[in-house]
Design a protein around this ligand. Structure first.
Ligand code: SAM
Length: 320
């Protein structure tokens, strides 16, 4: 968790990365665009604003890494997840309601190309089969992508050093599924549906203002069609922007730092908000920076804007 130094962000001090110390829970999914690295930053924002959310809502759940971490750390009382992709929605429903079946099914399913084809093309008749297809395809497809264009790890020929089963460790997946399932008593719901439907379900619960914190991580502006089975067109990005003004609860949004999105949120149409660019220097030899756009209605954001350490910083951190 961030130290007070991370919060100050004073230019006179070297800024420290918001490194993920005490990593205690990992999503079973290696999801493209997964935001595990943002969990520490969002935890710091929750503390900094003195929030004690009764409900943390992720209407674009994907791998749900932020919600799981905050729930596990006790920073939020309960979570609600929403997701339009039926494979993912069924996966989370099954993890929280039926995980023993899923673990048994994983053990009985070999990482073979025949199984990959079967899961890729369906049909998937119920939550259980969709959940199994989701985790199987996620762990055996290139970069965890379950969208139509992504092929199996190692290709059809399976001649590469990395073969189909290299990320399909039943032991590791069992552990991660069990860790997530242990939190199920504090999962209000998993909604299979569009983000607006998840918002309606939360609003129907009549929480007081300030009791809910929304975290939106919508499909990227660029290249989302290569990563996800469901994604936005330009009008949908705008509709999400317009909806934020009427939420009546605090919210936080993350995006790829695409210029049209930065410009849209820099306009002052949805009331008071802060726009922040987070960056990482991937490593010292190759200082390519990755930017993440953060927009929020919260009055304060952590001072540190670094999410990762450089390779050199990790080495020197280990010395102490
Ligand atoms: C950037 S990913 C979320 C990643 C997630 N935060 C994580 O850490 O793994 C966006 C997700 O939004 C989902 N999605 C796309 N269109 C949607 C919609 N209209 N309503 C709800 N979810 C949608 C996609 O299927 C994808 O899983």
């Amino acid at each position: 968790m961030p130290t007070p130094d991370d919060m100050k962000g004073s230019p006179a001090r070297p800024r420290r990365a918001l490194a993920r110390r005490n990593v205690s829970i990992l999503s079973p999914l290696r999801y493209p665009g997964g935001k595990k690295r943002l969990a520490g930053y969002i935890a710091a924002a929750i503390r900094l604003n003195g929030l004690r959310p009764k409900l943390f809502v992720e209407p674009f759940a994907g791998g749900a890494s932020v919600a799981l971490q905050l729930l596990n750390d006790g920073l939020v009382e309960r979570i609600a997840l929403g997701e339009k992709d039926p494979l993912l929605a069924s996966f989370w429903k099954t993890v929280f309601n039926d995980h023993e079946w899923l673990i048994r099914a994983l053990r009985d399913t070999e990482p073979t190309l025949a199984n990959w084809d079967r899961f890729k093309h369906g049909p998937h008749r119920d939550d259980r089969r969709r959940a199994l297809a989701c985790i199987f395809l996620n762990r055996t497809s290139f970069s965890g992508i379950i969208a139509p264009g992504a092929g199996p790890v190692g290709g059809r020929a399976q001649t590469s050093r990395y073969t189909l089963g290299c990320r399909y460790s039943v032991e590791t997946l069992t552990r991660r599924i069990e860790q997530a399932a242990a939190l199920s008593g504090r999962v209000l719901f998993v909604n299979h549906g569009d983000w607006r439907h998840t918002l309606r379900r939360v609003k129907a619960r009549k929480f007081e203002t300030g009791e809910v914190l929304y975290y939106f991580d919508p499909p990227f502006y660029y290249k989302a069609d290569k990563l996800y089975r469901f994604y936005f067109d330009g009008a949908e990005h705008r509709r999400l922007h317009d909806a934020l003004g009427g939420l009546g609860q605090p919210w936080l949004l993350s995006y790829d730092a695409a210029r049209p999105i930065i410009e849209m949120y820099a306009e002052n149409g949805i009331g008071p908000k802060r726009v922040e660019l987070l960056y990482s220097a991937a490593n010292s030899e190759k200082p390519a920076e990755t930017h993440e756009l953060i927009v929020t209605s919260l009055p304060k954001l952590p001072g540190s804007r670094r999410l990762w350490r450089t390779a050199d910083e990790w080495k020197s951190a280990r010395r102490f």
